[in-house]
Design a protein around this ligand. Structure first.
Ligand SMILES: *Cc1c(COP(=O)(O)O)cnc(C)c1O
Length: 391
């Protein structure tokens, strides 16, 4: 990634061991691809958790520029931060619902709670009366994931309570799929049928069911609004099929030292890896403090994990430690792997879903755990769009 037109946060790249470059142009393109796929449904964006760890300030503005108008956060605090970043017309839903006694904060920041219990609905309705108007909100119904939302009977109790219903401005009926990433899972169809039955009880209210993978389950899952998260950030929503999204997070570690290991010698803590032949290794300045999972150590799930250096995939050897990790670069031409060379841990050559699998986790966790010690660069931001100098 070129860094000269990227906004730099954290220490300058030449002083950093590990660099995370977030490609905002790729995020905009991913949103456009999902929006085209979802049309005529509207395409929103899940930007909870600091936009899955990538930086909500930059990501939300990029999404807004691409045309996104509806955003989902988890916490009211995240909603408040997002509100300060986006124009007032941006619609912001808070997925964790209405926190007790906090209605005034939601109203002031123009946040729409995704209500999950009748107590929340009552509180929001009462606050609206006091405020002088019915305030907008979503109703989140649970159709089988058994996490957040109104159960079937609780939903019936809500919609038959005229006193509450008359004082809510319902702008969305939503539910969340448990198994969208497994297209053949029978729960998908059951949740969709249950959701459609509930929608018929509230005709005219816009509806939303699909997350990233849900968008690809078929048009009948897209309703009026879709809520992708991980696919915007380059995660594969249709794995194990080819990823239709562009990579967004580019993670690099710098080669600190190269060394030759004789057969029989070990590398790293615990001496868990032992050379069976003369081996050339590169030690990279990226470790678990940076968010590189320790589970990428040489006994990784389906491992060994790989890192891309000098045009080749190289296996991780020994344990990932706090500040560094070692890679077997025996096959890499000497000139392509020197002190200061950048190795790709995630990016165009090593997909985030691959690394997540080696680490025994999912792309979501890998992204959201990337540490603050990475120097973060943003490429493709509008404010950094180079304007041709006037000769
Ligand atoms: C996080 C979340 C999303 C986005 O899910 P992805 O799988 O990342 O696309 C959508 N809806 C709800 C309710 C969520 O919590």
């Amino acid at each position: 990634m070129s860094s000269n037109n990227a906004h730099i946060s954290g220490p300058p790249t030449d002083l950093a061991g590990a660099i995370l470059t977030v490609d905002l142009e790729a995020i905009r393109e991913n949103w456009k691809r999902l929006a085209a796929k979802a049309a005529p449904a509207e395409c929103g964006a899940a930007v909870k958790g600091n936009a899955y760890g990538l930086g909500v300030a930059q990501v939300a503005r990029a999404l807004w520029t691409a045309g996104c108008r509806t955003f989902f956060v988890a916490r009211p605090m995240e909603g408040g931060e997002l509100r300060s970043l986006l124009p007032r017309e941006a619609v912001i839903y808070v997925l964790d619902g209405l926190f007790p006694g906090q209605a005034e904060f939601y109203a002031r920041e123009d946040l729409r709670p995704a209500l999950i219990t009748i107590d929340e609905a009552r509180e929001w309705a009462a606050f609206g009366t006091q405020y002088g108007r019915n305030l907008p909100c979503a109703i989140h119904v649970d159709t089988g994931i058994n996490r957040l939302g109104f159960s079937g009977p609780a939903f019936e109790a809500l919609i038959s309570n005229n006193e509450i219903m008359a004082r809510l401005n319902l702008t969305l009926l939503m539910s969340h799929l448990a198994c969208a990433d497994e297209p053949n899972h029978p729960l998908n169809g059951r949740q969709k049928s249950a959701f459609d039955a509930l929608r018929r009880r509230l005709p005219g209210i816009p509806a939303s069911l699909a997350n990233s993978s849900g968008i690809f389950l078929g048009s009948e899952y897209r309703h009026d609004l879709v809520r992708p998260g991980i696919a915007l950030y380059g995660g594969n929503p249709v794995a194990p099929a080819a990823n239709p999204m562009l990579p967004v997070a580019h993670l690099e570690g710098t080669v600190l030292q190269l060394r030759e290991i004789a057969a029989g010698e070990s590398v790293g803590y615990g001496a868990t890896w032992r050379a069976t032949r003369q081996t050339r290794i590169a030690v990279l300045g990226a470790g678990y403090k940076d968010g590189v999972p320790r589970s990428l150590s040489s006994r990784a799930t389906n491992g060994p994990a790989q890192v891309f250096i000098g045009g080749r995939r190289c296996p991780v050897i020994g344990r990932v430690s706090m500040d560094m990790m070692a890679v077997d670069v025996t096959g890499v031409p000497i000139d392509s792997c020197r002190r200061g060379t950048r190795a790709e841990l995630i990016g165009r050559n090593i997909a985030i879903d691959e690394t997540a699998e080696w680490a025994g986790t999912i792309s979501y966790e890998l992204l959201t755990r990337l540490g603050q010690r990475f120097t973060r660069l943003y490429s493709g931001g509008e404010s950094q769009t180079p304007k041709a100098p006037i000769p």
